[in-house]
Structure formats: structure tokens, C-alpha cells
Write a new protein. Structure first.
Length: 494
């Protein structure tokens, strides 16, 4: 019989032999420490990453917006772009470098609302004028610094003449004064409450009826010098330069990003200003009308197209009104041309075309994109746009009258115009009148549907005819009622 022999414990023996070796014990200890070493390395890497993030967060850029010249829609667009840049780059501060005599109240309100949405420190450096709308915009920032010999104030709202280059500003009628001031006061008061500015000073800048003891007497508008603004706690301090101010607020090492107008925005701001917009409309509408009423395509048409293109382009680039007003204007112009050249008389197409063209011009001049109900224009803004468009139409009519009366006789250009009358007395005729007059009272059949133009067979001859405006079905009986120029006008008979 075979004997049962205990098999050796290979596992324990091997382990025993391995464990008994000094080198193997060292490897075992190191393997046990690997997780601990990994955690230390991870902690060190995380610490370095946090330090790097802290360093990069300390050099967030300072966004600087130059507020120069007239405050209008183009500048409001630049400020909105700068606010987006500040949010995108997590800017450490936003600074308005201001030197302005003011501008449109609506544009100032838009700028103030854009700045109010920011969650970062905001500053105004008055360098060297913050007058009228500029003073109101300064109230929307948390801190105001003044340059030496700078001024801030004189923010009374005035009504500008809607007629370009004619008449300056005038005081608002007493009946409309409170209505105009109410909304502006509320915006400025809200900004002062948020930023800790003394509202009574800004109110005295807007209204001469406000009196502040030892500051301003009743009947005068408040304008403060640099030292006075600091004394009245409107400004933080007087700083000799913008760089010094940035150093004072502890951002000397932060990179500076100046939001300058892009290549086309300089021109867009110029063309979208109220005066220039009105002039472009006068020349554009006048040129287009003169071109429509004269044969061929010449200088008036070129001037009209260029001026209207600059008008729409300037407002599109400055305020992002979109292409909707342009499309509306073109559709209206096409309807008007059809009414003049194709459709006899003057009816629905012509009136619709004029309405569409006027509506397009008004929509273009207000800072609003159709469909954006979150930013609807105010009644004052709409009224101002209507006033500018209406005065521009009057100006265009005056231009047409002047051109028709005086330009053909002006030396140097009178050769461009045909001065000889081409009428029957001078032997000219556009068509054989006798040949057309013979069709009066003749009857026939409409060969095609008259919409209102079409063809008809009269006395066995196929002729081009037009109805009196109504549609006449094919094969209907017709009668020639009269001849208008070279048109044979027919009516349906029973």
C-alpha cells in the first residue's frame, strides 16, 4: 500500500523565504509607502496650482473706456461692448476716462444701465470735463476721481432742435419739464443710492430751483471744480493723471485694456449723430426723389444712394439695429417706384411704400431691434426720432424745390440739365397723338387679364392697354374711355 506523505507548504515556505530576505523587506516597506508618497505629490501639485491661479487672478486686466466727445448711440454701443469684455476677462476694474460736454439723454441712460449690471469696482476719471450727460454717467460708477482743473456738473436737460444745423438747444416747456425730469431723476437717484454719492448735488446740477446751503443758490446750476468735488465728498481725490489714479487704487501691476472704437466705429458714431443723420436724410431722400423723376441715372441718384447707405450703415454699426429697417425701406421704395411707373394713378402701393419708408427711418434712429421687448424704446426717444425724420422730409422737399428752381441756371452745371422745352409748341411729341385718339370709344375683348395692364383686341388689332385701376378678367368686353399720354385706358362693359 502506498503511504500518504504530507506535502510541503509551498506557499508559507516561499513567503517565509521571501520575508526572511532583508532586501525583500525593504521592497515591501516601499510598496506600502507608495500611496502616501502619491498623496504628498498630489498635495504639492494642488498647492502649486492654487498659487499659480492666485497669481494669475491678481493680474486680471483693468478695462478703460474713453468717454470723449458727444455722448450718442455709437458710444453707448462701445460701452456695452466694453462691459461684455470686462465680464469675459473677469476684469479687476472698469474705468471711464471722461472728457465730454454731454449729449443725448437716452444714450446716457443706456450707458448707466450697462454699467449698473457690473459686479466689479467701477471708476470715473474726470479728464477734464464731465458736463451734462457726462456728469450723470459719472454717478453710475462707484468712485469718482478728478484731474487737476477739471469740472463736473451743469446737467440740465434741454430740448434740441430736430432740424439739423438750425436752432440750438432750448429749455423744455414748463408743462413737459416734470415729465422729462422724472425718469432721469429716478435713474440718477438709484445710481447714487447704490454707489453712495450725494444725490442732492446731482439734483442741483440738473435743476436750478434746487438750493444747497453754502454750495449753490437757487436760480443757478451746480458745476463743481476738482477741489470742490472732493470737499463735497462727490469725488474721492484729485489725481494728476489716469496712471496715478490706477496706482492709487492698487492696480498698477494690472494690464490695461483700452476699449477703443474699432475701425468703422469712429465713422459710425459720426454718421449716427443727430445732426449728421438729419443732413444725410435730407440729401438722401431729396436725391432719390429727383432721380426717380428724371430719366436715366445720374448725380442725384448717386448722392441719394450714398447718403442713405451711410445713414443705415452708421446706425447699424453704432446701435446694432439689424437689417430689418433696411429691408423695410427697400420694400417701401420698390412699392413707390411701381406706383409711379407701372400702376396708373396713386393708390395703395404708393401710400404703403411711403409708410414703410418712414417707419424704417424712425426704427433706424432708435436704439431698438424689433422683437427685443426687454429693451423697448421710451416715448421721448420715439418722439425725437419722429421729429428728426419729419424735419428731414421737409428739408428734402425744400431741397427739391431749390434744385428745380436754381440749379439748372447755375454756371458750371447748367449744361448738365436740359433747358429746352420738349413740348408740342417746339415740335416735340412722345407719341403719335392722332394714332392713339382714334381708339377712344372703341370696344373690344381683353386678350389677357388686365392687372391693370395687359393686352386687348380692339377692331381686330392687338394693343397694350391699362384699366382704370381695377382688374378685368380675360375675355371680358371692354371699351376705350380715354388716352392718357401713351396709355390706352379701358373700362369693362356689360
Amino acid at each position: 500500500m502506498a503511504e500518504l506523505v504530507d506535502a510541503p507548504d509551498l506557499g508559507s515556505g516561499v513567503l517565509g523565504r521571501v520575508g526572511s530576505s532583508p532586501s525583500s523587506r525593504t521592497i515591501f516597506i516601499i510598496m506600502k509607502k507608495i500611496p502616501f508618497i502619491f498623496m504628498c505629490l498630489l498635495a504639492a501639485f494642488s498647492f502649486n496650482a492654487v498659487c499659480l491661479f492666485a497669481e494669475t487672478s491678481d493680474i486680471r486686466p483693468v478695462i478703460i473706456i474713453p468717454i470723449k466727445g458727444e455722448i450718442e448711440e455709437g458710444l453707448a454701443h462701445i460701452v456695452r461692448r466694453a462691459v461684455k469684455e470686462a465680464k469675459l476677462n473677469k476684469a479687476s476694474a472698469l474705468i471711464l476716462d471722461m472728457d465730454t460736454y454731454g449729449g443725448k439723454v437716452q444714450s446716457a441712460e443706456s450707458i448707466m444701465q450697462s454699467i449698473a449690471r457690473l459686479k466689479i469696482p467701477t471708476y470715473t476719471y474726470v479728464n477734464t470735463k464731465a458736463i451734462s450727460a457726462g456728469a450723470l454717467i459719472a454717478a453710475s460708477t462707484e468712485y469718482i476721481y478728478m484731474a487737476p482743473q477739471s469740472q463736473i456738473g451743469d446737467a440740465k436737460i434741454i430740448q434740441m432742435s430736430p432740424i439739423p444745423f438750425l436752432g440750438g438747444g432750448k429749455e423744455i416747456d414748463e408743462g413737459m419739464k416734470e415729465k422729462a425730469y422724472s425718469a432721469v431723476r429716478a435713474i440718477v437717484r438709484s445710481a447714487c443710492e447704490k454707489n453712495g454719492h450725494p444725490y442732492e448735488l446731482f439734483e442741483a446740477m440738473m435743476d436750478e430751483d434746487i438750493e444747497i446751503t453754502n454750495v449753490i443758490k437757487k436760480g443757478k446750476l451746480l458745476t463743481l471744480t476738482a477741489s470742490e468735488a472732493v470737499t463735497q465728498k462727490l469725488a474721492v481725490a484729485v489725481s494728476p493723471s489716469l496712471d496715478k489714479m490706477i496706482k492709487t487704487i492698487g492696480l498698477a501691476n494690472a494690464p490695461q485694456k483700452i476699449i477703443a472704437p474699432r475701425s468703422g466705429e469712429h465713422l459710425a458714431r459720426f454718421f449716427s449723430s443727430m445732426m449728421v443723420s438729419g443732413l444725410l436724410l435730407v440729401l438722401g431722400l431729396g436725391g432719390l426723389f429727383i432721380e426717380i423723376k428724371t430719366p436715366g441715372f445720374g448725380l442725384p441718384g448717386i448722392i441719394g444712394v450714398v447718403c442713405m447707405s451711410l445713414f443705415f450703415w452708421g446706425h447699424y454699426t453704432a446701435t446694432l439695429t439689424g437689417w430689418f429697417p433696411v429691408a423695410l425701406f427697400i420694400i417701401g421704395l420698390i412699392l413707390l417706384i411701381l406706383e409711379i411707373f407701372v400702376i396708373p394713378g396713386f393708390g395703395v402701393a404708393g401710400i404703403s411704400g411711403i409708410i414703410l419708408m418712414v417707419a424704417a427711418l424712425i426704427i433706424t434712429m432708435i436704439d431698438w431691434v424689433p422683437g427685443d421687448w426687454s429693451n423697448t424704446p421710451s416715448l421721448n426717444e420715439i418722439s425725437a426720432s419722429i421729429a428728426v425724420v419729419a424735419s428731414s422730409i421737409v428739408g428734402a422737399v425744400a431741397l427739391i424745390i431749390i434744385v428745380a428752381k436754381f440749379l439748372p441756371k447755375t454756371p458750371g452745371v447748367k449744361g448738365v440739365f436740359l433747358s429746352t422745352k420738349m413740348d408740342k409748341e417746339h415740335g416735340y411729341t412722345a407719341f403719335d397723338e392722332k394714332d392713339y385718339l382714334k381708339w377712344i370709344d372703341k370696344t373690344g375683348i381683353a386678350k389677357t387679364t388686365l392687372r391693370p395692364a395687359g393686352k386687348a383686341v380692339i377692331d381686330g388689332k392687338l394693343l397694350d392697354v391699362v384699366s382704370q385701376g381695377d382688374f378685368i378678367n380675360k375675355n371680358s368686353k371692354i371699351k376705350v374711355v380715354h388716352v392718357d399720354s401713351n396709355h390706352i385706358v379701358v373700362a369693362e362693359t356689360v
